[in-house]
Design a protein around this ligand. Structure first.
Ligand code: FAD
Length: 530
């Protein structure tokens, strides 16, 4: 049930408040667990009336009763909580204990598929085309310093997948019960225990880099064998629809099943697999620009000038502007408080922005994607039509930036008025900016949608449309543009007996947690097959 606390009130008050809310004595509460904590920063008129809202799970004796508790249960303000799900299934096909599964991709979907399989005694080979973390970090540093892009080791490919250099936001809208055991593994590996309940939980790139080696060590102790620098190139078939091995550039690896957790930027591999008969379809995806402001402007707009940022943490925002007639709707996406804009690319000659931050959100900038949703009507219904659309616009932005990974940029008022920016504000992006009419690089309706949205957002967040805001692009990969078709129940690729497409690249997840949950759920489905 939800309990409010003033921002200066201690959490030790929760037990008494919760007991009072359901009309029982605090002594009757055997245990209390914070299930969720969020900050209510809605403005009431001109006032910023900040408070924390907690949802707590109470451990009560079964016989505990009170009229208030009965009313809360009846109205839905309180509910009985089931025990969280576990990776381990009670009832699974034991034959898998003597079998071998190849998991392709060490992003969250692949890691948690591997975790689930290994917890049931399955022999797992986890392959990734990219390098292990320490080598990957060197490749990323070379890119950030010298603009030398390594197509196999970068912000998208390598140990930990695309989220390894990110804000590490861990929230989903799915509220799936597997969220709890996944978060527990991260806490065991060194994440802040508050991620288990913070509605805005994030880990940060610096901490993720301490957590990933521990996760790898834990998986290795469960028998998972890691193969970095190993790229899946084709499936080797025993019979139509039945894979016997995977082919990599380093040779074959035999297996009884394959989990494909490729991420959405493995366009070459996805094309090769679809050519081999893996069924795919195009799906809607989001595209737009990234906007950056001084973090202090966002803090002031959300919390008021007097707020104690050390107590509250830096402000974030999630903004939505609905479509109106032909003007498309826009929403903010992957907002990184105290963050840094990065070029998340794996192919030379293309540009694509994203955001990352460290655990303390310590940069003076706030950035966020501002995206519209495009569907097959806008780019075509073939499985790779969305990818072709992305590639064309990513190449256009790369060229407009001067072909050296500088980002095309325009100040917000200039974007709104349709003119060039004679000067640009400071930015967190390390490879430089180039003043460009980016309003002209986008399809017209997208520019109109973004203009309408930014003007609206300025009303709820004063300063959003001011000259302190900067727009860069292109933000083209906030979700995947194709889906590998799978059976909704047993999660096998349509027409294949032992191939399981999972995660963001397969079009079945978006974001770290949802990819991790999708990988774990598909591994559980695999274990139920004979
Ligand atoms: C800069 C950045 C910041 C982000 N911030 C956040 C955030 O704060 N919160 C959030 O929820 N999400 C964030 N995301 C998105 C998130 O990272 C992805 O949604 C998530 O990683 C998808 O997980 P996945 O396992 O499906 O794929 P990925 O994480 O993309 O992993 C795929 C892996 O497969 C490997 N691979 C690809 N092809 C092959 C092949 N042929 N053979 C072998 N291996 C292969 C790749 O090297 C990669 O390691 C961010 C993404 C980026 C780029």
């Amino acid at each position: 049930m939800a309990i409010g606390l003033g921002i200066d009130e201690p959490e030790s008050l929760l037990r008494a408040r919760a007991a009072q809310a359901i009309g029982i004595s605090p002594a009757a509460v055997r245990g209390l667990r914070i299930a969720r904590r969020s900050l209510d920063a809605r403005r009431r008129g001109r006032r910023h009336d900040l408070r924390f809202v907690f949802h707590v799970d109470l451990d009560l004796d079964e016989k505990t009763r009170s009229p208030s508790l009965d009313r809360a249960l009846k109205s839905g303000r309180a509910r009985r909580v089931a025990a969280p799900a576990r990776f381990r299934l009670e009832d699974f096909e034991r034959k898998w204990e003597s079998r071998r599964v190849v998991v392709v991709g060490s992003g969250p979907a692949g890691l948690y598929a591997a975790w689930t399989l290994a917890s049931h005694g399955v022999a797992v080979d986890l392959i990734d085309r990219g390098p292990p973390l320490h080598e990957r970090s060197r490749a990323v540093a070379r890119f950030m310093r010298h603009r030398e892009l390594d197509p196999e080791g970068n912000l998208l490919f390598g140990e930990g997948g695309a989220g390894t250099y990110s804000d590490g936001k861990l929230y989903t809208r799915t509220q799936h019960p597997l969220e709890t055991p996944i978060l527990e593994t991260l806490v065991e590996a060194g994440a802040n225990p508050e991620i288990a309940f913070d509605a805005r939980a994030h880990v940060g790139t610096d901490r993720l880099h301490r957590i990933l080696p521990r996760l790898r060590a834990r998986l290795a102790s469960m028998g998972v064998v890691f193969h970095f620098g190993t790229r899946l190139e084709a499936l080797e078939m025993a019979a139509p629809g039945r894979v016997r091995a995977i082919r990599t550039q380093a040779g074959e690896i035999g297996c009884d099943a394959v989990v494909l957790a490729l991420g959405h930027s493995a366009r070459d591999t996805l094309r090769a697999l679809v050519d081999q008969g893996l069924p795919a379809e195009s799906k809607p995806f989001q595209i737009g620009l990234r906007i950056e402001h001084p973090q202090a402007l966002i803090d002031r707009g959300r919390f008021g000038a007097e707020a104690d940022i050390r107590r509250l943490g830096h402000a974030y925002y999630a903004l939505v502007s609905k479509s109106e007639g032909r003007i498309p709707g826009v929403h903010s996406f992957c907002m990184c408080p105290g963050g840094q804009i990065v070029a998340a690319v794996a192919q030379r000659g293309l540009l694509c922005t994203n955001g990352m931050s460290n655990s303390r959100h310590s940069s003076p900038f706030a950035n966020s994607g501002l995206v519209v949703t495009l569907g097959p009507r806008e780019f075509g219904s073939g499985p790779f039509d969305g990818v072709a659309f992305q590639e064309a616009i990513e190449a256009r932005f790369f060229e407009a930036g001067g072909g050296d990974y500088s980002l095309p940029a325009q100040r917000v008022p200039d974007f709104l008025e349709g003119r060039a920016s004679p000067t640009l504000s400071r930015s967190s992006y390390k490879l430089g900016l180039r003043s460009t009419r980016i309003d002209r690089l986008l399809p017209e309706s997208m520019t109109e949608g973004l203009r309408a949205a930014i003007r609206r957002f300025d009303r709820s967040l004063p300063g959003y449309a001011s000259g302190e805001g900067l727009l860069v692009g292109i933000e083209s990969r906030s979700s995947g543009p194709l889906r590998l078709i799978r059976d909704p129940d047993d999660r096998r690729a349509a027409g294949f007996e032992n191939v399981f497409p999972v995660g963001e690249g397969a079009g079945h997840a978006g974001g770290i947690m949802s990819a991790a949950i999708d990988g774990a759920r598909s591994a559980q489905a695999l274990l139920m097959r004979d």
